[in-house]
Design a protein around this ligand. Structure first.
Ligand code: SF4
Ligand code: SF4
Length: 340
C-alpha cells in the first residue's frame, strides 16, 4: 500500500493532471458534482455526487454519426472520438459496482463501442465511505462501502489517504506518484470502522430473497403496484439520478444541410417511452412504474445470474418529489410473499 498526507492531496492531483485528465467530486451550489480538476478545485467530502458517475461512460447526450447531404449525395461522417486515458477519483463503492452492471448491457454482443472506448480509457480510483448515511443500502446488494472495487482503492484516515492498487492500470497510475510506502494498519482500521457503521444502518437487510425469476408472474400481477404507483408523477428524476438506469433514445436532428444522429437518456417512466408505430404497450403510469422496478428486481437478475440492477446508492430516496423509491417497493412486495 501507499499513502500521502491529506495536506499534499492537491499537489498529488496536480501531478496526476500533468499526464491525464482528472475528474473528482467537487462541492457546488447544487451539491457535489464531478468536475475536471484544475488548480483551486478540492475533493468534496460529500458521500455521493448528485449525478452518478455513469455520465463518464454513458453521457446524457452524444452524437453518434453525422450525414452530410448535398443534392442526392449523402456522406456518412463517423464522429466517434477514440479519447485518451482519464482518471475518475473518489468514486464510491456503489457507483463502482454500477459500472459492472452497465458493462453487462453495453459490452455484450453487439458491443457499444462508444461506451467501450470510454471504459477502456478510464482509471477508477474508488474511495471508501468514511460515514455511510441512513439512505445507503449497498450492503443489501453485497457491495462493500469499506473496501470498494476499482483500479485503485483509497481510504482517508487520520489526516492521510492510503492507496491500494487492484489492477495493472492502478499500479501504473500509482507508480510514478510521490507516495510513501505503508498505510496497511490505518486502512484496516478504517475498514473495520466503516463496517461497524454499515451494520447499524436502517436499510441494510432488505427482503430481497423472493425477487427471483420463478416469481416473475406473481410480482407482475401483484395488486400492490396500483397503490405504489398511484402518486408517481412520471417525472423520470429517479431514472436520471440512478447510476444503473440506462435507457436511451436515438434521434435525428436536421441541421439544414445534413443530419446529426444523436442519442440521449430516456426514461421508462415517460408516457411515450415505449411508443411504437403500431401502439404503446404501456399506457398507464402503473405499467410504466412496474416496468422500472420489475427490470431492476426481476428481469435483470433473471438475465444476469441474480444480480440486481440497483446498487443501493440512495439517490432515488432523496430526489423523488413524492418520496417513492425502490426501498418502499422492495419492502412492500418482498416482505410477505411465500418463499418458493
Ligand atoms: S418514482 Fe418519483 S422520481 Fe420516479 S418518476 Fe415517479 S415521481 Fe418521478
Ligand atoms: S434504484 Fe435508487 S438506490 Fe438503486 S441504484 Fe438507482 S438511484 Fe440508487
Amino acid at each position: 500500500m501507499k499513502k500521502i498526507s491529506l495536506e499534499k492531496l492537491n499537489a498529488l492531483f496536480a501531478e496526476i493532471a500533468e499526464t491525464k485528465a482528472l475528474y473528482l467530486p467537487v462541492d457546488t451550489e447544487t451539491g457535489a458534482q464531478y468536475q475536471k480538476w484544475e488548480e483551486g478545485k478540492t475533493l468534496s467530502s460529500a458521500l455521493n455526487t448528485v449525478r452518478s458517475a455513469k455520465d463518464f461512460f454513458f453521457p446524457q447526450t452524444e452524437s453518434l454519426v453525422h450525414f452530410k447531404v448535398e443534392g442526392k449525395k449523402i456522406e456518412i461522417m463517423d464522429v466517434r472520438d477514440e479519447g485518451a486515458p482519464f482518471v475518475i477519483f473518489g468514486v464510491r463503492g456503489c457507483d463502482v459496482k454500477s459500472f459492472e452492471l452497465l458493462d453487462r448491457v453495453f459490452l455484450q454482443d453487439p458491443v457499444d463501442t462508444y461506451y467501450q472506448n470510454r471504459r477502456n480509457n478510464a482509471i477508477i480510483v474508488s474511495l471508501a465511505c468514511s460515514e455511510p448515511e441512513e439512505t445507503c443500502f449497498c450492503h443489501s446488494f453485497g457491495i462493500s462501502a469499506a473496501d470498494p472495487a476499482g483500479d485503485v482503492t483509497a481510504w482517508i484516515k487520520d489526516g492521510e489517504i492510503i492507496f491500494r492498487a487492484n489492477t495493472e492500470k492502478g499500479e501504473q497510475l500509482l507508480a510514478p506518484l510521490p507516495l510513501e510506502e505503508g498505510g496497511e494498519a490505518k486502512a484496516e482500521e478504517a475498514r473495520s470502522e466503516i463496517e461497524a457503521i454499515t451494520k447499524k444502518l436502517p436499510l441494510q437487510n432488505l427482503p430481497l430473497e423472493k425477487f427471483k425469476a420463478e416469481n416473475l408472474m406473481d410480482f407482475f400481477n401483484d395488486p400492490k403496484w396500483a397503490s405504489l404507483s398511484q402518486s408517481c408523477l412520471g417525472c423520470g428524476t429517479c431514472t436520471f439520478v440512478c447510476p444503473t438506469c440506462h435507457c436511451f433514445d436515438i434521434r435525428d436532428f436536421d441541421t439544414g444541410h445534413g443530419v446529426q444522429r444523436f442519442r440521449c437518456w430516456d426514461s421508462c417512466m415517460y408516457r411515450d417511452f415505449s411508443q411504437m408505430a403500431a401502439a404503446n404497450p404501456r399506457l398507464s403510469q402503473l405499467e410504466r412504474f412496474r416496468q422500472r422496478f420489475m427490470h431492476k428486481l426481476v428481469y435483470y437478475p433473471a438475465n444476469h445470474e441474480g444480480r440486481f440492477l440497483c446498487v443501493g446508492c440512495g439517490r432515488c430516496l432523496s430526489r423523488c418529489p413524492i418520496s417513492m423509491d425502490i426501498v418502499k417497493v422492495i419492502k412492500e412486495l418482498g416482505g410477505e410473499r411465500d418463499a418458493k
